[in-house]
Every structure is written in structure tokens, then in C-alpha cells.
Design a protein. Structure first.
Length: 84
């Protein structure tokens, strides 16, 4: 049994259920490489606006103008892991 000592858990940072070690590794990589840092949240009449910095190049980004990728370095941005 490959995972006999692994116990499933819910990641406190994202709220996702982790059932196997590979999911935990993927979640850690996602948080360290895809999730913007120093995020500010602003609720506007048009919706939630998130502003932060790219985890790779540290340039400013936001979820309206950069919904999927950084406009400077092209790194994939994962705004979904940020609880708004």
C-alpha cells in the first residue's frame, strides 16, 4: 500500500480536500508559483477587484486586466485560490 500512512485532509489555505500526496504537492506548487502575493481586495459596484503582484516577476497585476496570465512575464496567474 503506497499511501497507507497518508490521511486525507482539507488544506487550510484554500479549503480544498487533499486525498493523495500528489494533490498536496500540486496545491503547494500552485500556491508558491501561481497565486499573486500582497493581494488587496476592493469591492466595487462592478464586482470584486483583486490587485497584487506577480509571484514570478513581482510586477503589479489585477484580476480585471490580467485574469489568466501576467502581462509582463506571461506567468499563469491563479486568482481562484484567493478567497475574496
Amino acid at each position: 500500500m503506497l499511501y497507507e500512512n497518508f490521511k486525507p485532509f482539507t488544506d487550510m489555505r484554500t479549503g480544498k480536500k487533499i486525498n493523495i500526496p500528489e494533490q498536496d504537492i500540486d496545491e503547494m506548487y500552485s500556491l508558491s508559483h501561481y497565486v499573486p502575493t500582497r493581494v488587496q481586495r476592493v469591492q466595487t459596484k462592478y464586482g470584486l477587484w483583486l490587485h497584487g503582484e506577480c509571484p514570478r516577476c513581482k510586477e503589479p497585476i489585477d484580476n480585471w486586466y490580467h485574469p489568466y496570465y501576467c502581462g509582463v512575464c506571461g506567468s499563469k496567474i491563479n486568482w481562484d485560490n484567493i478567497k475574496g
